[in-house]
Design a binder for this molecule. Structure first.
Ligand SMILES: *Cc1c(COP(=O)(O)O)cnc(C)c1O
Length: 214
């Protein structure tokens, strides 16, 4: 499938396409940039820090992979969004470092929607606790823009659909506490069409655009 096809699918659903460039070389990223793509996703802090200086300044980098608290400081002023806030503890660190640097950063809360234990993310209760804390004046340096989720690795399309549906419903519940949340980041190479049907506003596609990773 081609980049332009995926982009047009996303646009038809008013969703944004994040090109996931992890493990991909600079020249491939540059080629996509020349086609107009500006939002790129990476899952490792080190890789963003390495690639960013070699590429145009107006690329919007999204961190989509697990973030260790000791790396928050390094990455917080290098990305437009951290999509992988998977614990209150991590969010507290992001708040602290953003305050030190006097900046405000967009984040998504990563929710555990898959069956497997291995996929990271927080539970619905923790999300609600966090959103309630915003009202009490916490998290002044972060904009909690919405939710991110990764589905179970399965061939069962019905299960994938229902996991996306659960995440969409959780966003709606969350919006009753924090109406500013407007992003639902869900859908990857194998399941982005289902995600768009289920209300995704942001798909994160890697291998389908760049080819398989080594
Ligand atoms: C790698 C990755 C993607 C993209 O995966 P593909 O299957 O290559 O499209 C999306 N989201 C996250 C969090 C990832 O780590």
């Amino acid at each position: 499938m081609s980049y332009t096809q995926i982009l047009s699918d996303a646009q038809q659903h008013n969703a944004k396409l994040i090109a996931v460039s992890k493990t991909q070389p600079i020249d491939k990223i540059k080629t996509l940039y020349d086609q107009g793509q500006r939002d790129f996703g990476e899952n490792r802090v080190q890789e963003i820090l390495l690639k960013k200086p070699q590429l145009p300044d107006d690329i919007r980098w999204h961190l989509i992979g697990q973030l260790q608290t000791n790396k928050v400081k390094k990455i917080i002023d290098q990305v437009v969004m951290i999509q992988s806030i998977d614990s209150t503890r991590l969010l507290d660190y992001v708040q602290k470092e953003a305050a030190k640097k006097e900046l405000k950063i967009d984040v998504l809360l990563q929710i555990h929607i898959a069956e497997e234990q291995s996929k990271s993310g927080m539970q619905a209760d923790e999300m609600k606790q966090i959103l309630c804390k915003i009202k009490e004046g916490n998290y002044s340096q972060v904009n909690i823009r919405g939710l991110m989720g990764i589905t179970t690795l399965t061939e069962d399309r019905q299960q994938i659909r229902s996991e996306f549906r659960n995440l969409h419903q959780l966003l709606e519940e969350g919006q009753t506490i924090h109406p500013e949340m407007d992003i639902l980041s869900m859908g990857m190479s194998g399941d982005y069409s289902i995600a768009l049907e289920e209300g995704s506003t942001m798909i994160r596609v890697g291998s389908l655009i760049f080819g398989t990773r080594n």
